[in-house]
Design a protein around this ligand. Structure first.
Ligand code: ADP
Ligand code: MG
Length: 309
């Protein structure tokens, strides 16, 4: 199968949403923006050997790619609408591509997005996903705006499971179904994101480790602030404590990546959507940016995932 047949067979689908005027198959896609909305757009990469194992199963590759990508829209409080997929494949091996495409389209339907374009080339296994969503005018929730007096909240799955699954991949831990699920199937938290539009003063999705992403909120805040976290309020993935001990469980939850929860600062007077965890407080600046149970974070902790490392 040549490149054009492959694209046509596996990636060109008619768009479902009527806002798409020209879909996938032309030189570029055309869509009309919704009335009184602003467009929210972002791009994300998944590189084999870097963000996923070298030999990556096609369904996992698809799910991580779209889950990670769309999580950025959730973190803005946006409704997801469209995606574009740029794919580099080592060989045009039909079996792998077919499974990848099947899973990708399935998740597009589930998350309510149309695949409106992309690019396909031969090269090392990697993909870039462009995600497009929208919010009512002025309603996007940015990283700026955290301030002393806010509470710090988490919305979404418990933490640390995806980090623990890296140990499974390296054969230092026995397999664990829920850790595998956290790693392979990130769930963008759209419903929480949308519910937090009028509520959060700042928001971010946890992709690089809670503490590191929290630091982005602290650094981008307009007023200096410190954070007081309470370890007993941190939701830990199942069996982390049993298998790794309390200290490592907490380290994985607070510094491991790929959790894709939403982390939001919320004024203490606001009405908070049901289902979140209040994990700490934003206070006037102290010596440390983040205190855990009143103490500085352990020095041995790598704060989070640094893509340049
Ligand atoms: P061009 O030469 O104009 O870049 P291509 O041959 O790369 O055109 O792509 C043809 C059409 O197929 C375009 O509409 C493009 O958006 C779409 N397309 C190519 N690869 C993908 C992909 N992986 N996923 C979705 N659409 C794709
Ligand atoms: Mg092209």
């Amino acid at each position: 199968m040549n490149e054009f047949e492959l694209i046509q067979t596996y990636f060109q689908r008619d768009a479902l949403d009527p806002s798409v005027i020209l879909d996938n198959g032309d030189d570029a896609a055309v869509f009309s923006p919704r009335l009184n909305c602003e467009t929210v757009v972002s791009v994300d990469s998944v590189i084999a050997g870097r963000h996923v194992p070298d030999l990556c199963p096609p369904d996992g590759f698809a799910a991580r790619l779209i889950g990670r990508g769309l999580s950025d829209l959730a973190a803005m409080g946006a409704t997801p609408r469209y995606v574009l997929l740029s794919l580099s494949l080592p060989t045009l091996e039909v079996g792998w591509v077919e499974h990848f495409a099947q899973r990708f389209h399935q998740l597009c339907v589930r998350f309510g997005v149309d695949l409106i374009g992309g690019d396909t080339t031969k090269g090392p296994l990697s993909a870039h996903i462009t995600v497009i969503g929208d919010v009512p005018k002025g309603m996007a929730v940015s990283r700026q705006g955290l301030k002393p007096g806010d509470d710090l909240w988490l919305f979404g799955p418990d933490l640390g499971g995806a980090r623990a699954y890296l140990d499974v991949l390296q054969n230092t831990q026995a397999d664990h179904a829920l850790w595998a699920e956290r790693y392979w199937r990130p769930e963008p938290q759209f419903d929480f994101g949308i519910a937090l539009r009028n509520v959060a003063s700042a928001m971010i999705d946890i992709s690089d480790g809670l503490c590191q992403d929290l630091m982005h909120l602290v650094e981008r805040a307009k007023k200096p602030a410190s954070i007081k976290l309470q370890s007993k309020m941190i939701p830990l993935c199942a069996d982390l404590v049993d298998r790794l001990g309390t200290q490592t469980a907490l380290e994985y939850a607070l510094t491991g990546g790929d959790d894709y929860c939403l982390l939001a600062s919320i004024p203490s007077t606001a009405r908070v959507p049901e289902g979140g965890h209040r994990i700490g407080l934003v206070v006037q600046p102290e010596n440390e940016s983040i205190l855990l149970d009143g103490q500085p974070l352990p020095e041995s902790w790598q704060l989070g995932w640094d893509h340049s490392r």
